[in-house]
Design a protein around this ligand. Structure first.
Ligand code: G2H
Length: 236
């Protein structure tokens, strides 16, 4: 069975029509449980029903750090579990940038996911200035520090340098290998580390062949069934 994870992150894209056109194609392709799609909340239940005869997992892109209560607009991890969600992306660079989320918020979200039996994918990554000034490892180490004490194996980390997110500029194989090794050294060698940032059908094979890459988190290219399937086929 394929070991590497392929997780699609639709971000704030899509419609009922789009979900109905892409997901049945994935369902027909007999993908394994190593493949997942993280959709906007309103489409999660529809996705579950479209994928009910397949092993493809369904996830969300964010979750509340609170369990229950007067938190207008928030969605709890237990609600996501209740509607059949299996995984949740936490701490994505877009959450950090546009919604002022900190690593501490993301760690609380991660714990809420674990309490609800969901599989969290915790995102880390440096920006262009931090890389240019050689501080990338320091930034990632600080983002990882909040995971101390959490049970390895119940979550994955996604290395997504923000200069590669949605830009079409992908990190080099050397940069990916170096940072994945650094994350595994900092946490634990068996931590699953995914790469994210401009992964496409045309570069997936190269990225997935890099040492220490346990999968990919795919944004834009997950919106096309044929391109996403090409990426899934490159997973080992
Ligand atoms: C990084 C990635 C998915 P894209 O955010 O999380 O998006 O593949 O569009 O760079």
């Amino acid at each position: 069975m394929t070991r590497q994870l392929v997780i699609g992150n639709w971000k704030m894209h899509g419609s009922i029509g789009k979900v109905r056109s892409v997901l049945p194609e994935l369902a027909r392709s007999k993908l394994g449980p190593n493949v997942a799609v993280c959709l906007p909340y309103p489409y999660v239940m529809l996705a579950k029903s479209l994928l009910k005869d397949s092993q493809v997992q369904v996830g969300a892109q964010d979750v509340s750090e609170y369990h229950v209560g007067a938190y207008t607009g928030a969605v709890s991890a237990s609600m996501l579990a209740d509607i059949g969600c299996e995984l949740v992306i936490v701490g994505h660079s877009e959450r950090r940038r546009y919604f002022s989320e900190s690593s501490e918020n993301a760690a609380r979200k991660l714990r809420a996911c674990l309490d609800a039996g969901l599989f969290p994918v915790y995102c880390v990554g440096e920006d262009a200035e931090e890389r240019a000034s050689g501080r990338h490892k320091e930034i990632i180490a600080a983002e990882l520090a909040v995971l101390r004490g959490l049970p390895i194996g119940l979550y994955a980390v996604a290395y997504e340098p923000s200069w590669a997110v949605g830009t079409g500029v992908i990190a080099t194989s050397e940069q990916i290998a170096e940072m994945h090794a650094f994350i595994k050294e900092t946490l634990e060698p068996r931590t699953r580390v995914l790469y994210g940032g401009s992964v496409k059908g045309s570069n997936a094979e190269e990225v997935l062949a890099v040492d220490g890459v346990d999968g990919v988190l795919v944004g834009g290219a997950a919106l096309s069934a044929s391109e996403f399937l090409e990426i899934c086929m490159a997973a080992r």
